[in-house]
Design a protein around this ligand. Structure first.
Ligand code: AMP
Ligand code: MG
Length: 445
């Protein structure tokens, strides 16, 4: 029988460079399935943190290709930005000494300075130069008066302006180096390159950047009931959706994907796939096989391969999670339920992968407060995560309401939602009007 339908990404270069230099191991006593004790979310995060560190290896890429990558060097500005003192407005440049203390003053207009086309004549007393935004300030001038604030006169060939009081010496002028000065550190190693960083490096004329090599992540689904797209589906079978959500989440993270397809619930098949995945990737993610009966054989298989723990985390959805190491690879065994896959990925896997990628981002998934409009049932002693819609009320204040049914198999509730509501471990049920912690799905990135 064909074990799986694999779509393999190219570029699994060997050998791999590694620096998983943290050596702390999870304690031998753990929360196995069957153990009534739940592992607090913070403790799970701490253990994952202790086992994950930045990979080694970097490469130089062109600026555009650096989008989403992690900077692997300290970038120091080779120049001032702006390079020269220039006008922040369309108007007239003059020496501050020309500003009238009372009454008005008339100045002769000598010419025009354009952005990229300076006026290089002298500007003696009693004169001014018309300047466009971004034009280099003509020699001897230090102040700009906006077009709207002068009275323009034109007699035959000669042009002049009349200015009044109330101007400030130095106004409407951008100083050289005001944004960035030569020698400033503009980006530190560990910074993720987003559109602002692309522009920032572009403004310095930097065309190539040293970035961390891409993290390699292998992933696969387990389950006898799973069918790949394009296959006919029989009673009791389902299409494999987890590999699609994982594909989406991993692609957005900017890692190199190794899609190992669907693996049947057979110890040998699972064993071989884990072994293969660990040989190809820095991190391995599987979904499914976390329910009691299946976890038994997957647990046995993993015990032969590496150091893996099954945790029952105090979180809903997403309680069962396996974590550990197979060979040199870090392993995350996510639940099978599609919503639980997304929840555990964002809460546990994504922060760890970012750390492995070399990111120094301390809080990759920030939260905000909003007023909850719906009643949310909650058991104490576990974190509960609701899918929800963040909006604004008539006064512009942030409000949030649950998308409805909490079932961890209901993927459409993720699609309806634009945020998670995160109810803390020690919290109780929420009544409408209460403030809750919200984690938006998308920010300005
Ligand atoms: P498991 O953790 O393997 O017991 O799976 C829990 C539930 O999630 C079952 O209803 C599975 O059919 C479903 N499930 C597991 N893997 C997938 C997948 N890749 N795509 C869609 N549903 C899945
Ligand atoms: Mg299963």
């Amino acid at each position: 029988m064909a074990r799986w339908k694999a779509t393999r990404s190219e570029n699994a270069e060997q050998p791999r460079a590694r620096s998983m230099n943290k050596t702390e191991r999870t304690p031998p006593v753990d929360c196995y399935q069957g153990d009534p004790e739940l592992l607090p979310v913070a403790e799970a995060l701490r253990r994952i943190d202790a086992q994950t560190a930045s990979i080694s290896g970097d490469e130089r890429v062109s600026l555009r290709d650096a989008l989403g990558r992690i900077v692997a060097e300290s970038i120091v500005s080779p120049m001032n930005v702006p390079g020269h003192r220039n006008s922040a407005m369309d108007g007239y440049a003059l020496a501050g000494t020309e500003l009238p203390a009372h009454g008005t003053r008339r100045l002769t207009v000598l010419g025009t300075a354009w952005a990229g086309r300076p006026f290089d004549g002298a500007v003696p007393a009693g004169s001014a130069v018309r300047v466009m935004t971004g034009a280099v300030m003509p020699p001897g001038t230090d102040t700009v008066i906006m077009n709207e604030q002068v009275e323009e006169q034109s007699h035959e060939q000669a042009e002049s302006i009349t200015i009044g009081q109330g101007h400030r010496l130095g106004q409407n002028v951008r100083q050289a180096g005001e944004d960035i000065s030569i020698g400033d550190r503009v980006l530190a190693s560990g910074k993720r390159i987003m559109p602002a960083e692309l522009g920032l490096l572009g403004s310095l004329g930097i065309a190539e950047v040293r970035v961390k090599r891409r993290l390699r992540v292998a992933f696969f689904s387990t389950g006898d009931e799973l069918r790949s797209l394009g296959e006919p589906i029989a009673m009791g079978e389902v299409y494999d959706s987890n590999r699609y959500t994982l594909y989406g989440m991993l692609t957005r993270l900017g890692v190199e994907l190794i899609d190992l397809g669907v693996v049947r619930d057979q110890p040998d098949a699972v064993h071989d796939t884990f072994l293969e995945a660990a040989g190809l990737a820095d991190a391995v993610i599987s979904t499914g096989g976390a329910s009691t009966g299946e976890a038994d054989y997957i647990g046995e298989t993993l015990a032969r391969l590496g150091e893996v723990r099954f945790w029952r985390i105090a979180i809903r959805p997403g309680r069962p999670l396996a974590f550990g190491r197979i060979g040199d690879a870090v392993f995350f065994g996510l639940p099978g339920n599609p919503v639980a896959v997304m929840v555990t990925f964002y809460q546990f896997v994504q922060p760890a992968l970012l750390r492995m990628m070399g990111s120094d981002q301390a809080h990759p998934n920030p939260t905000v407060k909003a007023t909850c409009e719906t009643r949310l049932r909650k058991k104490p002693g576990r974190v509960e995560i609701y899918r929800a819609i963040l909006a604004r009320d008539a006064h512009g204040q942030p409000t949030v309401r649950s998308t409805g049914k909490p079932g961890s198999g209901l993927l459409h509730t993720m699609s309806d939602a634009n945020c998670f509501i995160i109810l803390p471990e020690d919290g109780e049920s929420v009544e409408p009007g209460a403030q809750v912690e919200v984690q938006p799905f998308f920010g300005l990135t």
